[in-house]
Structures are given as structure tokens and as C-alpha cells.
Design a binder for this molecule. Structure first.
Ligand SMILES: NC(=O)c1ccc[n+]([C@@H]2O[C@H](COP(=O)([O-])OP(=O)(O)OC[C@H]3O[C@@H](n4cnc5c(N)ncnc54)[C@H](OP(=O)(O)O)[C@@H]3O)[C@@H](O)[C@H]2O)c1
Length: 324
């Protein structure tokens, strides 16, 4: 296959290069694209040195698969240059996720949906992927009726600039220098910001709406209700989610643990608890602290963590290639 990566110099794009190698995707040729600012920049793939190119219709023309790791605006702009009878665009942005003609895929949960594509496949929102990887094994016993989640999202979820902002602000605070937020809406060093995305009509942010809207589509559960609060925390990598869920039927803690143990890509933590520092730079989602919920009758409460650049983005997108 001839594969291209759009946004190869960013947090997700760089990780995609590594995931293509790790997942042993047969790659006849890999082409790397980014903004004109990065043209000519050298990057490593296997033992080769590849050079970043600016995007053009000609350079995209003969590729079989393009992995998208750019903004939603750019994904919409470039999609018509990519989509043709033999090419597939696997996009990480929010641009096409809710389009009824675009499969929204987590391979372990709904990998077969990928085959219904019409040229574009969307990778879901990162917190949604990590939460659903933890909830899906339980939902196989009985469909989810209600889910309440709070996220603790790492700064790298906002790309490379988010990582730099946390580092610079931490140094500034420690040296009593002024802090000037630009990527985040407030100071992120030594703080938590309960605001990710833009505001929707009913007071929820755009990031918070994704878990219900995308979750219903991925799980094929149109009646699943989700309330979500998204919080940015001063962690470099790996999103964490605390959530309570109620299924159509009562699920015991033992049933949930048994289901999670048998589900690919999810690791049950029984000794201790999942933490971002332990779950970064790997593809598995870690779930622990599973206990009966005190509000939802027959429900469960738990905590999960996963590397959102890997399973929440790059690793999931590369896995989708194997579903085609
Ligand atoms: N970070 C995460 O954890 C995460 C998780 C899930 C989904 N996503 C989504 O994945 C996408 C990429 O996110 P990211 O975090 O990797 O962002 P990022 O680190 O800011 O990287 C952005 C990439 O876009 C490239 N770019 C900018 N302008 C361009 C242009 N005109 N033409 C071509 N490429 C251009 C940049 O190239 P230059 O280096 O040349 O500027 C860079 O490679 C976004 O849609 C994001 O919402 C991110």
C-alpha cells in the first residue's frame, strides 16, 4: 500500500509513523505531509529518512490510504483531493464523525463498520475511545442506558503546542514570571480547567457532547444517555475518565471484571489503580476501581486511563487499516 500522513509533524502524525511500523502495516511507500513551514524536514520511518512535503493534489493522487492528523477545517479542505474510488481517508479530526455516510470506528468494538465506507472513515474523539474501550466489554452483557463521565484530559490532547504551554508555564510559575495562556483558556500549570472546546446551546461544551453523539453511533445504541464534564489537567500524556454506568440489566462487579479480562485492548487493574503516568506510550486502555454505583440501581462506577495520542488517535487509526 502507498500511504500518506497529513500532519505528519504533529503530536498524532508523529505517533502514526511509529504505529505503522509497530503494527507491521505493509507499506510500499510512505509520504509525509505538513504545512509549507515544515517542507523538507527529515523524519525517520523504519530505517529510512523521509522528507516532509507540502500538500498538493498531485502528491496525494496515487495514494491508497491517507491518515489525517490535521484540523477539521484542513481535513474538510483536503478530503476532495484524497477520496477517489480506490483511496481511503482515515481522519482523526471531528470533521466527518457524525456524517451518516462515514463509519466511526473503534476496531475492537465496531471494526466491521469500516467496510461500509464510501472513501472516508472517521476516528472517534479521544476521551470517547478510551471510555468506550472500558465500557464496551460490559455493554456486551447488556446495552448501556445511562453513563455519567468526568474526564481528566492531558495537555497533549491539544497538540504539540499544548505540551509546550504546560512546560513554559510551569517554568514561569516556578520562577515567579508572568503566565500568558494562549493554547488553553486559562493557566494550565498547577491548575485544572473545566472547559474544553466551545459552548453548545445547553451549557455543555462541544467536547462534552461528543461522548453521547459519537458513543451512540459507535456502540449502535441510539438510546444511550450520556452526561459528560471535560476537564483539562496538567498531565502531559494519557487521558483519564471517571464514569458511572447503568445497563438495561444489573451487572455485578465480578461480571464486569470477567468481561473486561476477556476483551482485547483493555487491561484490568486489580492491584492498585490506573494512572496516566503508568499508561502512557502504550496502546492498551487500563480500567480499575470497579465498584457498585450508589445512585444508578444495578450500575457500576470505575476509573480508566489510556494514551490518547496512541489508542485515542494514531494507534486506533492505523488499526482501522487492518479492518478494510
Ligand atoms: N493530540 C491528540 O491527543 C488528539 C487526539 C485525537 C484527535 N486529535 C485530532 O488530530 C488532529 C491533529 O492533532 P494534533 O494534536 O496532532 O495537532 P498538532 O500537534 O498541532 O499538529 C498539527 C499538524 O497539522 C499540520 N498542519 C498545519 N497547517 C497545515 C497545512 N496548511 N497543511 C498541512 N498540514 C498542516 C502541522 O504541520 P506543521 O508542523 O508544519 O505546522 C502538524 O503536522 C486534530 O484534528 C485533533 O483534533 C488529536
Amino acid at each position: 500500500m502507498k500511504i500518506g500522513i497529513l500532519g505528519a509533524t504533529g503530536a498524532v502524525g508523529r505517533q502514526m509513523i511509529q504505529c505503522l511500523e509497530e503494527q507491521k502495516i505493509e507499506t510500499e511507500e510512505l509520504r509525509l505531509f505538513a504545512s509549507p513551514r515544515s517542507a523538507g524536514k527529515a523524519m525517520q520511518f523504519k530505517n529510512q529518512e523521509l522528507h516532509v512535503e507540502p500538500v498538493s493534489a498531485e502528491r496525494l493522487a496515487d495514494l491508497d490510504i491517507v491518515l489525517g492528523a490535521v484540523s477539521a477545517e484542513l481535513a474538510r479542505e483536503y478530503a476532495p483531493l484524497i477520496v477517489k474510488p480506490s483511496a481511503v481517508f482515515i481522519d482523526n479530526s471531528k470533521a466527518f464523525r457524525l456524517d451518516p455516510n462515514v463509519p466511526l470506528v473503534i476496531p475492537e468494538i465496531n471494526g466491521s463498520d469500516a467496510k461500509q465506507h464510501h472513501g472516508i472513515i472517521a476516528n472517534p474523539n479521544c476521551s470517547t475511545i478510551i471510555t468506550l474501550m472500558a465500557a464496551a466489554p460490559i455493554a456486551r452483557i447488556s446495552p448501556i442506558r445511562n453513563l455519567i463521565a468526568s474526564t481528566y484530559q492531558a495537555v497533549s490532547g491539544a497538540g504539540i503546542n499544548g505540551l509546550q504551554e504546560l512546560t513554559e508555564q510551569t517554568k514561569a510559575v516556578l520562577s515567579a514570571s508572568p503566565v500568558n495562556p494562549s493554547v488553553f483558556s486559562a493557566q494550565i500549570a498547577f491548575n485544572c480547567i473545566p472547559w474544553i472546546g466551545s459552548e453548545d446551546e445547553d451549557g455543555y461544551t462541544s467536547e462534552e457532547k461528543k461522548m453521547q453523539d459519537e458513543g451512540r453511533k459507535i456502540m449502535h445504541m441510539p438510546n444511550m444517555n450520556v452526561t459528560c464534564t471535560c476537564v483539562r489537567v496538567p498531565v502531559y500524556r494519557s487521558h483519564s475518565i471517571s464514569f458511572s454506568m447503568q445497563c438495561e440489566q444489573k451487572i455485578t462487579v465480578e461480571q464486569a471484571k470477567e468481561a473486561i479480562r476477556g476483551f482485547a485492548g483493555v487491561h484490568l487493574v486489580e492491584d492498585g489503580y490506573p494512572m496516566p503516568i503508568d499508561t502512557s506510550n502504550q496502546n492498551d486502555v487500563y480500567v480499575g476501581r470497579i465498584r457498585p454505583d450508589h445512585v444508578f440501581e444495578g450500575g457500576l462506577t470505575m476509573f480508566c486511563c489510556g494514551d490518547q495520542i496512541r489508542k485515542g488517535a494514531a494507534a486506533n487509526a492505523v488499526q482501522i487499516i487492518s479492518c478494510l
